[in-house]
Design a protein around this ligand. Structure first.
Ligand code: AHR
Length: 497
């Protein structure tokens, strides 16, 4: 049995939005401290930023970084993290029950992100704080000078405004675990008023309303509907969060996680468009999938394991080959929704459910999930083409029978290059036959895959390159058709020139 795909440059979903290759740095576990920031580390610069991690983030192709949370932001005073280091207070972080020294804050983050050459996506605290503090933070970040908060930034050595465009209006405000959580009515009103005020401070901001913390929440969709009825006209995006759990349910359903991501995106689009119809507006919201990843969340024992430590080792998930394949399929799902998903952030970047791992005082390395992200960020260029997939069935407990293949394709109009991203969910090699309709100039195919005879193989400090992308022989273009064989449980990138 083979899988078939038809590509035609006349049929495109939308441009490849560079902001799809975002990531997330939260004050949580060792994401910041001993992750991106570790004064005294042999690779740290004079500000304590780990150069090895900056280099890996660049290599990954990260374009956007969400900061400082996550649940952390809902109890955070941003002012604690700016100004002279010895005057910054040490606080209890109620989200993760950690000690927060505030040694790293907004100005350090902005220095770091400039080095990574990515765009910041800031979150404001709408848990324990509100409109006033959000506007103060925006004034500090974006106002030129001559006012209380902008002058403070200048005093801290940053003359030019940061010009941060993307702002999240709180985080997971529907979650019972959220410090200062809200009902949909309360949050919708607060988001609307905060958005209006923030636009007065800086009209160029792009604002993200906080959607449900997962599609499994009991209030999923009704939360979005109520919140958006209040704030639709004032925001640009609605957020989605999803984590896919290898420790829950059958393996086939886990390998087919992208089916759930597709349905999640479609449901939020439908809900947002329903509100637009109700309000009689032609404006269409875009989606910010600003937390997504593989995470064995069912194994996390929550607050019980958290006990007022500084930079504890929490949720340092070790990823295997199967996780990389699932991550690849989630990237394919995001690409295939390029018409509506405008921002996406893999959660997180360093140590905490992360593609990059570090040891304090020691090395950093790429986890398996680093590779599908880096390959997709590097090669998804131009426009995403519509793919017609016909593939053998793949039985799952949760979704019934789904195709064994999921794929996306991009076409770079400038270079003429076409890239096919394809996941074989099945345990057998899958021959792939692609009809390259309307793409007569393509002659050469280069195929790399993340796959292994042992789908449980992982990278580690001792064996950091146990799993890397490898070239696959046999891909060829003949008579306007590409043929290739996708290894079992694999993420594949086939570049056609
Ligand atoms: O990324 C880890 C946590 O997951 C974030 O803090 C929160 O927003 C989500 O529940």
């Amino acid at each position: 049995d083979s899988a078939k795909l038809t590509l035609d440059p006349a049929f495109a979903i939308g441009p490849v939005e560079r902001r799809l290759f975002g990531t997330f740095v939260e004050h949580m576990g060792r994401s910041v401290y001993t992750g991106v920031y570790e004064p005294g580390h042999p690779d740290a610069d004079e500000s304590g930023l780990r150069r090895d991690v900056i280099d890996l983030a660049r290599e990954m192709g990260v374009t956007v970084v969400r900061y400082p949370g996550g649940n952390f932001v809902s109890n955070y005073n941003w002012e604690d993290g700016v100004g002279p280091a010895d005057e910054r207070p040490t606080r209890l972080d109620l989200a993760w029950r950690q000690i927060e020294t505030n040694a790293f804050g907004l100005d350090e983050f902005m220095s770091w992100i400039e080095e990574v050459r990515a765009e910041p996506m800031m979150a404001v605290n709408l848990g324990t704080r509100g409109l006033r503090e959000a506007c103060d933070l925006l004034e500090y970040a974006n106002h030129p000078q001559g006012t209380r908060w902008s002058d403070l930034r200048v005093k801290h050595g940053r003359r030019e405004p940061y010009d941060v465009r993307l702002w999240c209006l709180g985080n997971e405000m529907d979650g019972p675990w959220q410090i200062g959580g809200k009902t949909a009515e309360e949050y919708g009103r607060l988001a609307a008023e905060t958005a209006k005020a923030m636009r007065r401070v800086d009209p160029r901001v792009e604002l993200v309303a906080s959607g449900s913390s997962s599609s499994g929440m009991p209030t999923f969709a009704s939360w979005e509907a109520t919140v958006l009825e209040h704030c639709y006209e004032h925001v640009d995006y609605v957020s989605l969060h999803a984590y896919f759990d290898p420790a829950r349910g059958d393996r086939a359903s886990y390998l087919a996680s992208a089916v759930e991501m597709d349905a999640h995106i479609d449901a939020v689009v439908a809900t947002a468009d329903h509100v637009a119809a109700k309000l009689g507006t032609r404006k269409r919201l875009r989606l910010a999938f600003d937390e997504w990843n593989v995470w064995s969340q069912s194994l996390f024992d929550g607050e019980a394991s958290l006990d007022w430590a500084e930079a504890p080792r929490i949720i340092e998930e070790d990823y295997d080959v199967a996780a990389a394949v699932v991550v690849g399929s989630l990237l394919i799902s995001l690409l295939n929704h390029a018409d509506r998903v405008g921002v996406a952030c893999q959660a997180q970047l360093a140590n905490v459910i992360a593609p990059i791992r570090t040891e304090p005082g020691g090395p950093s390395w790429r986890q398996t999930i680093f590779h599908p992200f880096a390959l997709t960020a590097a090669h998804a260029r131009g426009r995403v083409l519509r793919t017609e997939v016909a593939a053998p069935g793949f039985p799952t407990e949760r979704f019934g029978e789904v195709p064994a293949l999921t794929a996306a394709a991009t076409h770079d109009d400038e270079t003429g290059e076409v890239t096919v991203f394809a996941v074989n969910r099945g345990e057998r090699p899958l021959p792939l036959d692609v009809d390259l309709r309307g793409l007569p100039g393509l002659a050469a195919a280069r195929h790399v895959a993340v796959a292994d005879e042992d789908a449980g193989a992982r990278n580690s400090q001792e064996a950091p390159d146990r799993v890397v992308p490898r070239a696959v022989d046999g891909a060829a273009v003949r008579d306007g058709r590409l043929s290739a064989v996708l290894p079992p449980v694999s993420f594949n990138v086939v570049r056609l020139t």
